[in-house]
Design a protein around this ligand. Structure first.
Ligand code: SAM
Length: 267
């Protein structure tokens, strides 16, 4: 079978990396695990050995012989033949996610995961993407992805993975990341989640500018006209709008979004 690059088919061959991913999620016999991308089943088998049940979503039907082999050995595996972006994940009753992701869907699948109710996710990404996910304010990798993921989850960098761990070898390095949903007492209070997402988008379109300039330049993103927004910002004395966007931590961005929301959505 010729592996399909468009489907991100770089299969893991390094068993130590497989073990590292499963250990990082602390998979045990109480867990129902979701995996994206069966490949030849190297990760699925290790998950099945340790978990109560494994759901694996795979798009490429040519991999059916590998699915049969995995299920014969591990009847607690259920393969769902579909595009992971189209499956209603809330219908699957999993508590952990472990996957060597097809990198072309990294971003949409991560945001889809974040809307589900999981405890922990251990995921393999392209190294550069992983660095953006875990980045803190003040660094060059800090951006919209970092804020959107970290505002409701804690993200840890587990390890860098070289191309030699895969077959065929990808052209770039990879990395394993662990995402843990924040506890209720760690969560920020958001006046409006959709509005917050718009503010984050507007700010990070100009991450090296001051918060004030960035927002005014992207006022359309938050559905306000330039002059209206200028007036609002001129009256926000409680917030330092001269700070550059990439230096604003998540708490400050939440605060800013809430302040603007309250001023523009007065009843
Ligand atoms: N888990 C295997 C491993 O570690 O060797 C395979 C990982 S490989 C990076 C990604 C897998 O995801 C491939 O088997 C590919 O066919 C599958 N895939 C790609 N796009 C997909 C999608 N949208 N939905 C479900 N599976 C997909």
């Amino acid at each position: 079978m010729k592996q399909n690059k468009k489907l991100g088919q770089c299969f893991l061959k390094d068993k130590n990396i497989v073990k590292k991913a499963v250990d990082a999620a602390n998979v045990n016999k109480n867990d129902i695990v979701l995996e994206i991308g069966l490949g030849k089943g190297i990760l699925t088998k290790e998950l099945a050995k340790n978990a109560k049940k494994v759901y694996v979503i795979e798009l490429d039907k040519r991999l059916e012989p590998f699915a049969e082999e995995v299920i014969a050995e591990h009847p607690n595996v259920d393969v769902i033949w579909n595009d992971a972006l189209k499956v209603n994940l809330n219908e699957l009753n999993f508590n952990k996610i472990v996957a060597n992701l097809p990198y072309q869907i990294s971003s949409p699948i991560t945001f889809k995961f974040l809307k589900t109710d999981f405890e922990v996710a251990v995921l393999m990404y392209q190294y550069e993407f992983a660095k953006r996910m875990v980045a803190k304010e003040g660094t060059k990798e800090y951006g919209r992805l970092s804020v959107s993921v970290q505002y409701n989850a804690n993200v840890e960098f587990i390890c860098k993975v070289p191309p030699s761990a895969f077959s065929p070898k990808p052209k770039v390095d990879s990395a394993i990341v662990r995402i843990t949903k924040k506890e209720p007492n760690e969560l920020f209070h958001l006046e409006d989640e959709e509005f917050f997402e718009k503010v984050v988008r507007a700010l990070f379109q100009h991450k090296n500018k001051t918060a004030k300039k960035a927002l005014i330049n992207s006022s359309h993103e938050i559905g306000l006209n330039r002059d209206e927004l200028k007036d609002i910002l001129n009256n926000l004395s409680e917030f330092d709008l001269n700070e550059r966007v990439f230096k604003l931590n998540i708490k400050k961005i939440v605060e800013l979004s809430n302040l603007i929301y309250k001023l523009t959505h007065k009843k």
